[in-house]
Design a protein around this ligand. Structure first.
Ligand code: LMR
Length: 396
């Protein structure tokens, strides 16, 4: 059978990391996959994660299966981080959470749930969006449509066009919104705009599916939930897919969650019973290690304070790199205006580099950027900035 198999195309993001790893150039720079690197170019294990792992090693007494929806202590911490301690959604138990293998796992489970339980619903994705959104939801069998988002003229949000698109979404469809640090553009709505989006979704009867993978990387752990909280004031039902890959650096531990927010506790439990079916036939129950780490750190006042500081260090370094990048390009005499990158948030920005320029950067300079021109600002360091900006100047 295998003689007939054709080689599959490389993944547009992870495929580049494979190429990067194979590149022998000692000065290579990886600005492709969304993984944080510190100022020395390393992806560190957080101090709080190490402390929690030590405790797990000493205290873990069983490797038995977790429930299909994961560890209840972890799920409670997920809800508290999303909505804030004492939020009405939590006190009235209108939310139900399932621990999932990373944000990607949560999205796939959400996709399977939507396709099978709401087969008429189409899913609306921002234009552009994370390349993997299209493939995850297509694999789940959902029909995906696009709504307007980025204004190419300003490299900012085209809010008018976004609202016009939302007004055309039929009742009963689903819209995927990025909770903060929009991937791939780094462009987020303001709090006021989130409120208006919530009004529109409520008028239209459209269900929000919030992909919330970067909490803490924009303006702060609490600040970054502002958009989600605006939505919760306007709509009672939603799905939230969250992840601890970036804000805990738990990339390889696949630590995520799918949270259902419903009208009531009973309704949330009913929806979760359907979600559980999809979990069972996908991977049965989630991996435990990352969830234990998160539950320990967020459940301990001292560790939680330390974690907040670690997230602030990550966020501040990325924002410093945004400024340094724009400043260095200017100093080198690059005329193209990159200043919008300073206002964008999270790991990514749309550079405006063309596919051809991206290819040249890789082939001539061993600088790896996603074909769409998305750059991972968290891969820039003070040491690689000169080389990066010289290379960009030469291909412009
Ligand atoms: C990214 O967009 O680079 C990250 O979310 C990692 C991934 O899996 O693509």
């Amino acid at each position: 059978m295998f003689e007939k198999v054709q080689i599959a195309p490389p993944d547009p993001i992870l495929g580049l990391t494979e190429l990067f790893k194979a590149d022998p150039n000692p000065d290579k720079i990886n600005l492709s996959v969304g993984v944080y690197q510190d100022s020395t170019g390393k992806t560190p294990v957080l101090g709080t994660v190490k402390k929690a792992e030590k405790l797990i090693l000493e205290q873990e007494s069983s490797k038995g299966y977790l429930p299909m929806t994961g560890d209840p202590a972890y799920c409670a911490q997920v809800q508290e981080l999303l909505f804030g301690e004492g939020h009405e959604i939590i006190t009235t138990k209108r939310a139900a959470t399932a621990q999932c293998p990373g944000g990607t796992g949560a999205l796939r489970v959400a996709g399977d749930y939507l396709h099978t339980v709401h087969p008429e619903a189409k899913l609306w994705l921002s234009n552009p969006t994370w390349a993997n959104h299209n493939t995850i939801f297509a694999a789940a069998g959902l029909t995906c449509e696009k709504y307007d988002y980025r204004d190419p003229a300003t490299n900012g949000l085209d809010f008018e066009a976004m609202c016009a698109s939302i007004k055309k979404i039929p009742k009963g469809d689903v819209i995927l919104l990025h909770g903060c640090c929009h991937n791939p553009t780094g462009i987020d709505p303001t709090v006021e705009q989130w409120a208006l989006i919530g009004d529109l979704l409520s008028e239209q009867g459209v269900l929000p599916l919030v992909d919330f993978a970067y909490q803490g990387l924009a303006d702060g752990v609490e600040e970054d939930r502002a958009g989600l909280l605006e939505l919760t004031k306007k709509v009672k039902q939603m799905l939230v897919c969250s992840s601890f890959s970036k804000n805990f650096g738990l990339y390889r531990e696949r630590t995520g969650a799918l949270t259902v927010v419903a009208d009531s506790n009973e309704q949330a439990a009913t929806v979760m019973s359907q979600v559980k079916l999809r979990i069972r036939y996908n991977y049965s129950n989630p991996p435990s290690h990352g969830g234990q780490i998160v539950a320990i750190v967020l459940g301990d006042k001292g560790l939680r304070t330390q974690w907040n500081e670690e997230v602030a260090d990550i966020r501040n370094r990325i924002n410093e790199m945004r400024h340094l990048f724009v400043k260095t390009l200017k100093e080198k005499g690059v005329e193209q205006d990159f200043s919008s990158i300073i206002d964008q948030r999270g790991m990514f920005s749309f550079s405006g580099l063309t596919k051809d320029q991206v290819d040249q950067l890789r082939e001539k300079y061993s600088i790896y950027i996603v074909g769409s021109g998305r750059i991972n600002v968290a891969g820039m360091t003070p040491d690689n900035m000169d080389r990066l900006c010289d290379a960009i100047k030469s291909v412009l």
